[in-house]
Design a protein around this ligand. Sequence first.
Ligand code: SAH
Ligand code: SF4
Length: 420
Amino acid sequence: MADIDIQLPTSMPIAGHIDPVVTPRGVTARPDGKVDLLGLPRTEITRLFTEAGLDAKAAKLRGKQVFHWIYHRGISDFDSMTDIAKAMRPWLDARFVVGRPEIVVSQHSEDGTRKWLLRTADGHDYEMVFIPDADRGTLCVTSQEGCTLNCRFCHTGTMRLVRNLTPGEIVGQVMLARDALGEWPKGAMNGLDDEETEGDYSADGRLLTNIVMMGMGEPLYNYENVRDALKLVMDNEGLALSKRRITLSTSGVVPMMEKCGEEIGVNLAVSLHSVVKEVRDEIVPINRKYGIEQLLQACADYPSASNARRITFEYVMLKDKNDSDDDARELVRLIKQYKLPAKVNLIPFNPWPGAIYECSTPERIRRFSEIVFDAGISAPVRTPRGRDIDAACGQLKTAAQKMSRADQDRLAEEKQAALG
Ligand code: SAH
Ligand code: SF4
């Protein structure tokens, strides 16, 4: 596809760092009047308990206990919270619930990858993916339903942005994955139950060891909810996953990067995909707002980057677009110029119906990787996973939105006929 000449619309809107998207409030009562505690921090749970009538001391104790049960043990039924007085449990049950995102469909790939289609309480669909490997298991978490950015090689980018996910809907994905994999620590609080062992907390022997914020959406355009959800994931009394095992991927929302490093401190991945202005402007349009130099400077300033915790540059291999020897050399030159502790992840382009690009040839990808590697920068080629269930990078787009108008009409007719 060497001859593609794309006319970029000059008025394409690019969202600024002031989020234009409607975000539902964190604390909302359900139709039955109960408040869902999923996604709330300890302080908020305690505040709700005080508001519901407990005195400050009792609210603090119950807040701490309930927090531990919800996030550390995965328990959502108050009656199973054994260190809470029996009489107290119906009181909680009458006022609160601990929810989970609803599972619409779960799919298993032949390579072991799993994908879940989830639904929010107000009926929006989103996806999460679990990728097992020999030495780790990675959960790919969604931050937005759709995306406001329109990277031209990304299927999610063709979806309309419906809304930001709440902290509960984000942390709920990790909790659902633990439910599905049966991996909650079995130990107890206050030594009332079996003692916990070291192994219950370490990554060894666990299926879910790593989290990547690489599902649908741009996490830095839903910054506060992503931060609040990841705080629950990293809390030692919560899901207790180390920040070293969490990676947040951004397409380059420069003004939020420093804050992300300071307040969350997770590993950073940057969807670079090209170091040539005209090309990056075309394939990652946010580049027209925050250019390559600005982006690389923000990477150099990223608070938790070091040689031990390198920044990952994601680079999707697009035939005749960004895959030449010169592209590879320029990438190396810039990484050195900005003295970045970096590694480059080469992602073979995953095609989808209607995509205007092709994947680079395996020889081209190998050559590109060699040039970067010979300059002393690690440049592994990522193996696509879960392609048979559309779970690979950039393929996430919910089934309903993937269906053509004609298919939707046909389905509606069939449903109508089935109803008689
Ligand atoms: N929105 C964030 C995180 C989600 S995308 C971001 O853009 O960084 C995760 C990675 O998959 C990104 O590097 C993205 O550019 C890449 N990607 C998107 N579509 C792809 C496709 N069709 N083939 C391969 N990688 C793709
Ligand atoms: Fe959005 Fe990331 Fe896809 Fe770009 S690559 S459209 S930022 S999800």
